[in-house]
Design a protein around this ligand. Sequence first.
Ligand code: SAM
Length: 219
Amino acid sequence: MRLTGRRLAHVREVHRAAVGDRLSVGLLGGLLGSGRVTQLDSECLAMDITLDQSPPSKLPLTLMLALPRPKVLNRVLASATSLGVARIYLVNAWKVEKSYWKSPRMEGSNLLEQRILGLEQAKDTVLPELHLRRLFRPFVEEELPGITEGSLALVGHPGAPMPCPRAVQGPVTLAVGPEGGWIDAELLSLRGAGFQAVDLGPRILRTETAVAALVGRLC
Ligand code: SAM
């Protein structure tokens, strides 16, 4: 294996690796293993690698996330990937600004890179599925029932009377709202699709914190 660019810089500056050191490696979509550094300079790192371990299992969790602002999107995608979320749907909502959908961060290359960063962080190799849905109502009415089938469907909503359950056994579909929250009509549609609104307590959390707290509590 030969590393250049960002990954070479990371190994040099963060791991401060030297020739002979062993590093954890993984092949995107494949196995994990280790590598022994055989050559290292400012241009390239070479390793002899062995790939012999399976990546960790995904959480049985589908995340339906109202598209956050572009900067936040990067962080949420990487952290949801690190947490092991199996499937992510980025959806529109009333309080999602239309310009977010046109951001360069919505390009396939960035959406892939953020998930890869999440995989690298967590020593995983399998990308979570990622789907973009720009129309809320048809998504909720036509597609969501198939997605939630056989799972516990929950929507994070501050102030909901039901506390978010802990350590749920079995698959979960979790909806997390936009910065301004879900509007009543959206909550009604989600309820119609079988979602129960759940609360995490009196503190209103930023999207990225809410995703981590909800997933941590549920799984
Ligand atoms: N002002 C918005 C509201 O009251 O709904 C805050 C939205 S918050 C920044 C973004 C999303 O994170 C919310 O729509 C919800 O899905 C989730 N969230 C944040 N804090 C939460 C809490 N305490 N309980 C449940 N969900 C929460």
